[in-house]
Design a binder for this molecule. Structure first.
Ligand code: BGC
Length: 363
């Protein structure tokens, strides 16, 4: 009973933007009482626009506002480079290391190395399976997938497609998030396959979330099914855009609903144009702020209570976590993303998109 109340209290603090501090000298606050110097390793700049346009920007803003030293680098999808950056940050006396892993294996070796050198760590956005990070900061990723599945079902219903054939373009199999997104959308789609309301079509992982490979994969999917694909569950806007480019070549864009994630500029413009049925908006500013706050606390030797944990099935441990809520975006509420300051209206509504923005009520 008491525990329950405490947990709710901690969660309440989180919602109002603050995290509760639980003492300054607990073990595990590996960094100790040091001047914060936070190293961040982003994964790449191609699998999604978010890493460079949103995460870097919001993390920088949070560190600057707190007046702490920081170093944000991008591994450009190179695992050796990822490890080199980590070593360099540790050598340069980082007090906390925040990583978006490229896979759990290299992620784990970086986290373990940091730990052995007394550097505290945070898994940012992607959980490192079997890892040793003090915290995991992300969104509820199964909920992201559920929104995608439900969004696709809704778009197909609006088009009145009967017994649609669904193609699934999953993210990178090496990214635990891609597994969670799939669990989320399959929890919606599988019952429809089972009841024969929908037909399960091709279903593939896209290595590295790579757009070029997704285009090739989707071209093959379309050929293999003789052009009979009625809906595409694409796990993010990059993969969605790849499918849309192939659909365009085949004059099928707009007729076949495609999902996405990240509410990036391209994805939102595809929605305005009617080529993409939905995306999932994740308020990255909140993710960056929560991670920065925890990192600064760790550097000061604090262990803040997030009021929530996530199970690492490989490491068999409950990782203290912050999981934020995602939001589905369709043409009807594109403006919410603009209003939240996530995309620049001038860029979104440039040129041919001006009229579409007006139609969609983007103000
Ligand atoms: C992130 C997504 C992103 C994808 C590709 C995932 O781990 O959660 O937001 O689109 O990686 O970078």
């Amino acid at each position: 009973m008491r525990r329950g109340i405490l947990t709710i209290a901690a969660a309440g603090l989180l919602v109002t933007g603050g995290l509760s501090a639980c003492g300054s000298d607990e073990p595990g606050g590996a960094a100790g009482d040091k001047t914060p110097k936070i190293g961040v390793i982003l994964p790449d700049s191609k699998s999604s626009a978010r890493w460079e346009t949103a995460d870097r920007k919001f993390l920088e803003e949070a560190f600057k506002a707190a007046g702490v030293e920081y170093d944000i680098q991008n591994a450009q999808n190179d695992k050796t480079q990822f490890q080199n950056i980590a070593e360099q940050m540790i050598t340069n006396n980082a007090t906390v290391l925040m990583i978006v892993n490229l896979d759990s294996g290299t992620g784990k070796s970086v986290l373990d190395k940091a730990k052995s050198q007394g550097v505290a760590t945070i898994d940012y956005d992607r959980l490192t399976l079997g890892g040793s990070a003090e915290y995991y900061v992300s969104f509820d990723n199964e909920a992201v997938g559920k929104l995608q599945g439900e969004g696709l079902v809704k778009c197909l219903a609006e088009k009145g497609v009967k017994n649609p054939v669904i193609a699934e373009l999953n993210g990178a199999q090496t990214d635990n998030n891609a597994t969670l997104f799939k669990a989320g959308y399959d929890s919606v789609l599988q019952p429809k396959y089972d009841s024969k309301e929908f037909t399960k079509g091709p279903d593939q992982w896209v290595p590295d979330w790579d757009g070029a490979q997704a285009t090739t994969i989707f071209e093959q999917m379309l050929t293999q099914t003789g052009g009979k694909i009625d809906g595409v569950l694409a796990a993010n806007d990059t993969l969605g855009n790849s499918a849309i480019s192939v659909l365009k070549k085949n004059k099928l864009n707009g007729r076949v609903p495609v999902t996405g994630q990240d509410a990036d500029l391209q994805g939102l413009q595809n929605i305005l144009a009617g080529d993409q049925c939905m995306t999932v908006y994740k308020a990255i500013k909140k993710e960056a702020d929560a991670a920065a706050e925890l990192a600064i606390g760790l550097a000061k030797g604090e262990r803040k209570n997030t009021g929530q944990t996530v199970r690492d099935p490989e490491g068999n441990r409950d990782v203290p976590a912050v999981l934020l809520e995602p939001k589905a975006i369709t043409k009807e509420n594109v403006n919410d993303v603009v209003a939240d300051g996530f995309v620049d209206k001038a860029k979104l509504c440039a040129d041919a998109f001006a009229a579409l923005c007006t139609q969609a009520g983007v103000s």
